[in-house]
Design a protein around this ligand. Structure first.
Ligand code: ATP
Ligand code: MG
Length: 356
């Protein structure tokens, strides 16, 4: 397994900048998730690492070796695609063995590696079947098996779970995390699903419009989003955002929104100006001592908790995550409290985070 280093990597297609100045270090044995909306450049970034695309600028190192100009087959990495790309006329065994055969491995070695991978993945009994005779999850395991037997320097996964139903996806998520620990593998994993990113990644790299927005551990990204994009992308239901102005004063900043003012504790001088205040749904409280008032529009009971959708008098939509037994009625006017120590502040123009 090896360290993967992307240095100022850019890829332009005609008039599209798919990846812009991407720098990312993936440590030996690390599981990094690339996450972002559709078209943000995730697949292109992965294809650059695999060597399936040539960068317009920048370089790629795998295990300390500059592979920028090395063809895919000599990079010693394995990629698992969204559609698995299994050969339909071959059995699972043949599919898994294929990459070793074309590389000239001898039969006993191939047999040993396929058996071992099949055992790790729990598909030992299915090796004689063709992909058409396997379930989605079994096909997915076969595709992973094909990557494992290569014993590559690093694994690249591009949305490998997106064809599976919700239950199986949760199961495979846990299995892939276990597999990562067992193999000690270096993994770059692409998904647009923020839950997958949060649960699987040791670090999450969030991309938007080809640019890396933030790369940090899941909790860090959630607790200290670097900008408005990350704040809005990570977290479900999404963070609530309020437009307003920030006024600096000694010891506290005053945020003046349309429907409320809130003084926020701060360690330093505040940059005054247009600002956006973010508050996570679980940090808001329906409470008599509220910060602002709003009307309940929709109540969504989730079993263990409840999502309460509200609208302020200025039409700002707000979601509160409340206990399952919260008593609110549609059309009721309620007060909502924002704990000042829990809010996030961003510059409205650049979207950059303000303060700690
Ligand atoms: N071969 C290509 N030619 C021209 N434009 C391309 C090509 N491949 C990708 N693009 C463009 O580059 C941008 C990034 O595409 P990419 O496939 O990397 O996004 P993605 O983040 O993987 O999206 P998704 O979540 O939909 O898979 C998009 O605007 C896409 O249209
Ligand atoms: Mg993609």
């Amino acid at each position: 397994m090896a360290h993967v280093s992307l240095q100022d990597l850019s890829k332009e297609f005609d008039d599209t900048v798919a990846v812009a100045d991407l720098s990312l270090e993936v440590a030996n044995g690390e599981f990094v998730v690339l996450v972002g909306p559709s078209g943000s450049g995730k697949t292109t970034a992965l294809r650059l690492v695999a060597g399936l695309e040539r960068p317009t600028r920048g370089s790629i190192f795998i295990g300390g070796r500059d592979v920028t100009d090395v063809p895919p087959r000599d990079r010693d990495i394995a990629m698992v695609f969204q559609n698995y790309a299994l050969y339909p006329h071959m059995t699972a065994y043949e599919n898994i063995a294929f990459g070793l055969q074309v590389r000239g491995f001898r039969k006993p070695e191939i047999e040993g590696r396929v058996k071992e991978a099949a055992e790790i993945l729990g598909i030992g009994e299915l090796l004689h079947r063709r992909p058409g005779q396997l379930s989605g999850g079994q096909r997915q395991r076969t595709a992973v098996g094909r990557a494992i037997v290569r014993q590559p320097q690093a694994f690249l996964f591009d949305e490998p779970l997106s064809n599976l139903d919700a239950t199986l996806r949760v199961e495979m998520r846990a299995e892939l995390s276990q597999l990562h620990r067992r193999l000690g593998a270096t993994i770059i994993y692409v998904t647009h699903d923020q839950v997958e990113a949060m649960t699987m990644g040791q670090r999450i790299a969030i991309m938007n419009e080809g640019r890396l927005q933030q790369c940090a551990g899941p909790l860090e990204v959630y607790r200290r989003p670097a900008n408005l994009f990350v704040a809005g992308f990570i977290g479900s239901p999404a963070i609530n955002l309020f437009e307003g102005e920030l006024h600096g004063s000694a010891g506290a900043w005053l945020f003046k929104g349309k429907s409320f003012q809130l003084s926020v504790p701060c360690p330093g001088a505040a940059p005054s100006g247009l600002a956006t205040l973010g508050a996570r749904p679980e940090d808001l409280r329906i409470s008599d001592a509220g910060t602002f008032s709003a009307v309940v529009r929709v109540v969504e009971p989730m079993g263990s908790e409840m999502y309460i959708h509200l609208a302020t008098e200025y039409g700002t939509r707000v979601v509160v995550r409340a206990p399952a037994d919260a008593r609110v009625a549609v059309d009721e006017r309620v007060a909502v409290a924002i704990p000042p120590e829990k809010v996030h502040l961003f510059r409205s123009d650049s979207g950059e985070r303000i303060g700690p």
